[in-house]
Design a binder for this molecule. Structure first.
Ligand SMILES: [Ca+2]
Length: 130
């Protein structure tokens, strides 16, 4: 039987307008981060255009941390990417050389301080944006 571990994080009350990106200063793997965002906010952050990245930077006070965003590899197509909220990406902002899927295990993505994306192992424990 598969063992399911629940990480129960209390929701942190944050000030901010609806639709703003919220930086969550907890360390979580991608799945935990997604669950937290869905429970406490809407979902992990997603981006459909460059201005969405610019908005994240503004919401983050100018400095983007390395953190999970709502991007995951399509389980049915190894080269396609989808947003946590559903649907394939129509805009992409990968860093040079990414996604490189090291050891075939990088099925989720982080945003870097540059605003560019990098695919990473979902088990890494990182901060995240909702
Ligand atoms: Ca990578």
């Amino acid at each position: 039987m598969e063992r399911i571990i629940f990480f129960v994080f209390l929701c942190i009350a944050v000030k901010g307008a609806i639709g703003n990106h919220i930086f969550i200063q907890k360390q979580a793997n991608w799945t935990e981060a997604q669950a937290y965002c869905r429970r406490c906010h809407t979902d992990l952050s997603y981006f459909n255009r460059q201005s969405d990245i610019d908005k994240l930077r503004k919401d983050a006070g100018g400095n983007i941390d390395v953190a999970w965003i709502g991007l995951h590899r399509d389980p049915n197509n190894n080269t396609a990417w989808m947003w946590s909220g559903g649907g394939h990406i129509t805009y992409q902002n990968w860093a040079d050389g990414q996604p490189n899927n090291i050891n075939g295990k990088e099925n989720n993505a982080v945003i870097r301080p540059s605003g560019k994306w990098n695919d990473a192992k979902s088990g890494r424990r990182l901060h995240f944006y909702c």
